[in-house]
Design a binder for this molecule. Sequence first.
Ligand code: 0WD
Length: 257
Amino acid sequence: MGFLQGKRALITGIASQRSIATGIADAMHRQGAELALTYQNEKLKSRVDDAAANYGSSIVLPLDVADDGQIDACFDHLGKHWRDGFDILVHCIAFAPREAIEGDFLDGINRERFHIAHDISAYSLAAIAKAARPLMKGRNGSVLTLSYLGAERALANYNTMGVAKASLEATVRYMAMALGPEGTRVNAISAGPIRTLAASGVANFRKMLTQFEAVAPLRRVVTIEDVGNAAAFLCSDLAAGITGEITYVDAGYNIMG
Ligand code: 0WD
């Protein structure tokens, strides 16, 4: 029996088979969780429908986090399927305009790009958790998001997304404080670089992977399976004492000087 048997999980951010959200959904499914999935737009719907079929899930809902109406509708619908609530909310969503994630930080930033990056990559965590709150209350549930080392170090090209990830990590701590008294934990995984659609937007990503492998103590990059397994653990009762934490799944890269 898997360690997520009896748990219900809503997973956002599946954009392809390479998405980190796919690795998390696979791991949670293996551990016995019942899954619901969201898709950002009609272009991604059929892919997410196929993924849901693989997991034996019939709950597939539209969710563009830029749209408050869709956030409300998503959790209204979910409450109709899972009337007595659900246990796990996985946030695997980020976006910044390309100009804001390449070259000189100040050349690339402006008010609108800053706003979009923070809205989609950081505020959206609070927004969906707020909508999910009544359905998750009192179930020893868990919220999980994905961050990156650029939140705390100045890394070439990550730029405005690094600032948004710093905001995301602070949001994790404030949400942990708010939701802890009702039994809900909130954590982030800071993943090492993985080649996904979102990563292909970051300039010189391939070079970054090569440098990463040379420096990381495990001398390898991490996979979506690595992140998925850690996510399944953090969202399970095995991690009942962990909240407000940023857990590195990065082959040890962040400890190196
Ligand atoms: O190296 C990496 N790939 C790392 C990713 C290292 C560390 C962290 N992360 C983070 C990302 O910043 C993100 O928060 O992991 C999370 C998942 O990213 P991913 O798996 O690398 O990327 P991808 O497969 O592209 O999924 C991200 C998805 C979007 O994909 P695209 O590429 O189509 O933008 O986020 C979703 C979308 O499906 N997304 C949205 N979902 C709902 N509403 C929105 C939106 N407005 N915008 C983007």
